[in-house]
Each structure stands twice: as C-alpha cells, then as structure tokens.
Design a protein around this ligand. Structure first.
Ligand SMILES: C[S@@+](CC[C@H](N)C(=O)[O-])C[C@H]1O[C@@H](n2cnc3c(N)ncnc32)[C@H](O)[C@@H]1O
Length: 275
C-alpha cells in the first residue's frame, strides 16, 4: 500500500471512531511511524509503506482510537517554538500557557531569580531560562514529572534547577524576583474529554471541588518567597478571575488579568508590596 492510501484509510478509521481532525491526525501518526515530516507525503505519495511502518502506524491508530492524545503517542508537543518531550507523567503544554511567557517577557524581563511552580514537562521553566538572563528554579510534587522536565532542559541546554517539593516551600523568604505558575485548576467534577480525563495526570489537573484549592496556598507561599516588589504570575481557568483577584488584595498591588485569544481572562499578574 502506498502512503496516500495509508493516510486515506487511517483517516477513515479515525473519523468512524469519532476522532477530531482525522486526516491531520492520520498524517501525524503516519509521519511518526515512518520517521519523516508530514511534508514528505506531498513529495512521495506513491511510495510503498514498509511492513514495519505498517506495524507502527497500526499501533498508533489503535492507541488514538482508544483516545490516547496524539502527543502522548508521538511523545512531543511544541511550546514557544520548541518541541518538548511529553509522556503521561506530565500535562501536555497548552497554547494558552504561552500567554504566561508573553506576559513575563513584556512585564518582567529584567528579573534575576525566578521559580516556576508545578513545572510538569518543564515547558515554562525551560523556555524562560532560554529567553531571559535569569537564574531559573522549577518545582513539582511529582518525581516522574521532574524526570521528564530534566530531559527537556538537557535537550536545550537550559540551566534550570529542579526541586521536588510542595509548591514554593523550598525557597527562602524574600529570595525571588518572580514566581510563575500554571497550577492544577480543574474542578473535581468538570466534564472533560476522555483524552484529558483518562490520560493526563490527575495531580496536574484537579484542585478540589471548585478548582480553586491550590491558589490560596500558592499565593501565601509566593508572598513569603518573593522579594518586596517581586511579581506573581499565574494561569487560571475560566470563571476564576474574580476569586483570584479577591485572594490578591492584602499585600499585593497592580493586580490585573491578561485575556487569551478568545477573550477569557487567563493570566493573573500581581506585585508584592514593599512591606
Ligand atoms: C497544570 S500542570 C502544569 C504543568 C506545566 N507547568 C505546564 O504548564 O504545562 C500542574 C503541575 O503542578 C504539579 N503540582 C500539583 N500539585 C503540586 C504541589 N502541591 N506542589 C508542586 N507541584 C504540584 C503537577 O504535578 C503538575 O505537573
């Protein structure tokens, strides 16, 4: 069978299985199976698929039909222009988290010491260490996640120091210029697609009944470890902006939100007061 036919057949199978964007998914999985870029198919549609290619492609189609996210099959997700290794031990970095990077670069590019709390794949910490001249720390409560983050940092020669601890607990008082975080913020009973619910790490997603369970502790700890005048930036879920602004009253100034591309307030930014 040639590559064009393999794509058509895979795409039909995925469509029948209710998988979104079936053609693109079939192309991505076939490209991964034969170790080429997707553009290869346009130049060589009539090339025969090898037996080994078929075996891999068949397995990947089967996994996707079982709702495993494509990124866990191909083991990669692009973030800020770089490919990050992702496995089911880490959340797949989302495009909206790039607003966190954008905001850091726009509002606090001169910081010298920062920490990414709940680093997962390390996407935020590795990117900031490469984009800024700052000393970057990253924490996570999950050891398996930190192993993946270390691989990603190594891949790009990004000098992040990783620590296994609860939130910011490892840092000294008033020792950081910036705390960034994309913490778990999904309400326990939220309706989620099987790709997320059945495959992404529970620890990375859920934060109690209303999704707001982590923020009070995170904000309290961030206040302790930030220098006076230091900045706090966090990602939040839909409808969480008011609650977060309430949590950032005493001791914080300049509290504002940044919306994502569809207009949902997605990032909250605050400055620790000088006292
Ligand atoms: C939403 S994921 C974010 C991952 C990554 N920063 C990103 O944006 O793709 C949240 C991460 O926080 C970690 N986490 C959850 N509770 C934590 C805690 N108490 N202390 C430190 N990390 C925690 C999870 O293991 C997970 O890696």
């Amino acid at each position: 069978m040639d590559l064009r036919t393999a794509i058509t057949q895979g795409s039909t199978l995925l469509e029948q299985g209710g998988i979104a964007v079936p053609r693109l998914t079939a192309e991505v999985l076939l490209a991964h199976a034969i170790g080429k870029e997707r553009t290869y198919f346009y130049a060589h549609p009539e090339e025969e698929l090898t037996e080994l290619g078929w075996i891999h492609y068949g397995r990947y189609l089967h996994q996707r039909l079982k709702r495993m996210p494509t990124q866990y099959i191909t083991k990669k997700q692009e973030f800020w222009g770089r490919d990050f290794l992702v496995t089911p031990d880490v959340l797949i970095p989302r495009p909206e988290t790039e607003h966190l990077i954008e905001t850091v670069l726009a509002e606090c590019s001169k910081v010298q010491r920062l920490a990414d709390i709940g680093t997962g794949s390390g996407a935020i910490a590795v990117t900031l260490a490469l984009e800024l001249k700052a000393e970057v720390f990253a924490t996570d409560i999950s050891m398996p996640a930190l192993s993946i983050a270390r691989i990603n940092a190594g891949k790009y020669g990004s000098p992040v120091r990783f620590v296994n601890c609860d939130l910011c607990s490892v840092f000294d008082a008033e020792s950081l210029d910036l705390v960034v975080s994309n913490p778990p913020y999904v309400p326990k009973n939220a309706h989620l697609e099987p790709e997320i619910r059945d495959f992404e790490p529970f620890l990375a997603l859920f934060a109690g009944q209303n999704g707001l369970e982590i923020y009070p502790r995170l904000i309290e700890q961030a206040f302790r470890v930030l220098k006076p005048g230091g900045r706090f930036l966090a990602e939040m879920g839909i409808h969480q902006s008011d609650a977060l602004q309430q949590m950032l009253t005493q001791g914080w100034i300049g509290v504002h939100t940044i919306a994502d591309l569809v207009g949902i307030p997605r990032i909250i930014s605050a400055q620790r007061t000088n006292v």
